[in-house]
Design a protein around this ligand. Structure first.
Ligand code: ARG
Length: 460
């Protein structure tokens, strides 16, 4: 068993199973790069401010760089009895450079150290997530450009509502993702703050330079209050919340893909590479990846709630409960990145069954609003027009036909205002084309959206 960094005051050691319960090293070893970088910045600052001599500092720096290399080639081994990545690295450093390694922790606590690691780690991952969102948006755009004139039923209550352009439907997700990206970017403002130098909670007596360490580490700013710096995890909560919203969007999209690939809809076929088969039913092609994204949304929500609950009763400043901030954050990073990557692949390779969508919209009543609007523009109050069309729809249902199948005399029986041009008006293509209000599904509007979306993506 390795000696603990805090062993001095103790007469007995915890048993192994207690050490195991206490340890975060099984998961916080993911912070190894950030922890070493934080230490390098800290030692550099200690040297520059004459808190360590340059001989001491350079020796420690040499050791830290060597640890960084070993971390890269996965040569470092950790011990559970050393609790976490911080104590493990300190021990590995003293193995490397001798007792002088013990000076690394001058003017620093694990409390500001771990918070710094988390900020650095999350900043990097959020930037990667932003990139992954953009990849998905790009693939969405490619499909949307291809399908401006592909017409499908739009739904409300999952009942056929009005014909829409498939491109319009896809673009709805583009804009949701755009806001997800904005939320992630905005959250970066709080992630990009450096807690290093806050010490355990109260700052330090050493003449440290917090701005210098923050600058070396590439942070935009520093925490103003040392207690705040080490005791809050709102920057992680915000990330978990932003990820939950993003996953909620992906989950709704996943649900639609699952519906659309069913034989009942048959609107879309996912590429073989994003589906699986059944061990018993040879005909099956299951949308497992979409289902998993939908399912994994649950764990991301769970991670948000778990951390909110961990933090809610904690007195200031650091409490060991806060070690529980890590697994949920790591898991959310992995889940969100993975889901975005899967989605980009699925959307990029999916085949759209245009004929099936158009057949659906040809054989339904999603053009009923067209007829009501037609009557309303001829002066009939919309409510009355609605009633007339409702009765015609009922007649069609009872007689097993659609509005377009009614003869002109049948139309005229319902209202003498209806002329021959009604058949054009009832065509789904016209229905889409004429919805040319700003942001509507009209082809011109959709093309405008595509131009704006491309511009947005270019701006990054
Ligand atoms: N492993 C700890 C964590 O993740 C590091 C900070 C420990 N600080 C302390 N005072 N015990 O929170």
């Amino acid at each position: 068993m390795s000696q603990k960094v805090w062993s001095g005051r103790f007469q007995k050691q915890p048993e192994d199973w207690v050490d195991e319960f206490n340890a975060s090293i099984p998961f916080d070893q993911q912070l190894v790069d950030e922890d070493i970088e934080g230490s390098i910045a800290h030692v550099t600052m200690l040297m520059d401010n004459k808190i360590l001599t340059s001989e001491e500092g350079n020796k420690i720096l040499g050791g830290l760089h060597s640890l960084a290399d070993k971390a890269k080639s996965k040569e470092l081994t950790y011990s559970t009895s050393l609790e976490d990545i911080h104590c493990n690295l300190e021990k590995l450093l003293t193995d490397e450079v001798g007792e002088i390694g013990g000076k690394l922790h001058t003017g620093r606590s694990r409390n500001d150290q771990v918070a710094t690691d988390m900020h650095l780690y999350l900043k990097r991952r959020v930037l990667e997530i932003i990139e992954s969102i953009e990849e998905l948006q790009e693939n969405l755009l490619v499909q949307a450009e291809e399908h401006v004139y592909t017409i499908m039923p739009g739904y409300t209550h999952l009942q056929r509502a009005q014909p829409i352009s498939f491109s319009h439907h896809l673009m709805a997700y583009f804009w949701m993702l755009e806001r997800d990206k904005d939320r992630m970017k905005n959250g970066l403002e709080r992630i990009d703050l450096c807690p290093l130098g806050a010490g355990a909670l109260a700052g330090t007596t050493y003449p440290i330079d917090r701005l210098q360490t923050a600058e070396i580490l590439g942070f935009q700013g520093i925490y103003e209050n040392s207690m705040d710096a080490v005791s809050d995890r709102d920057f992680i909560l915000e990330f978990l919340s932003n990820s939950s919203i993003l996953m909620m969007h992906l989950s709704r999209f996943a649900e639609e893909l699952i519906l659309w690939t069913s034989q009942e809809f048959n609107f879309v076929e996912l590429d073989d590479t994003f589906t699986t088969g059944s061990s018993i039913m040879p005909q099956k092609k299951n949308p497992d990846m979409a289902e998993l994204v939908r399912g994994k949304t649950g764990r991301v929500y769970g991670n948000l709630f778990s951390l909110l609950t961990v933090l809610k009763g904690l007195p200031l400043a650091y409490n060991k409960d806060m070690q529980e901030d890590k697994e949920g954050m790591f898991d959310t990073v992995e889940t969100t990145k993975g889901s975005l990557k899967i989605f980009a692949g699925m959307v990029g390779t999916m085949k759209v069954n245009k004929a099936s969508m158009e057949k659906a919209v040809d054989e339904d009543f999603s053009n009923a609003t067209e007829l009501a609007d037609y009557l309303a523009t001829k002066g009939i109050p919309f409510r009355q027009a609605h009633e007339i069309v409702g009765q015609l729809v009922l007649y069609c249902i009872q007689n097993n036909c659609y509005l377009k199948d009614l003869s002109i005399s049948q139309f005229k029986e319902a209202s003498t205002l209806i002329e021959n041009d009604i058949y054009d008006v009832l065509s789904p293509k016209m229905a889409v084309e004429r919805r040319n209000s700003y942001g509507g599904t009209g082809f011109d509007q959709v093309k405008e959206q595509l131009i704006k979306a491309k511009k947005k993506l270019k701006q990054g």
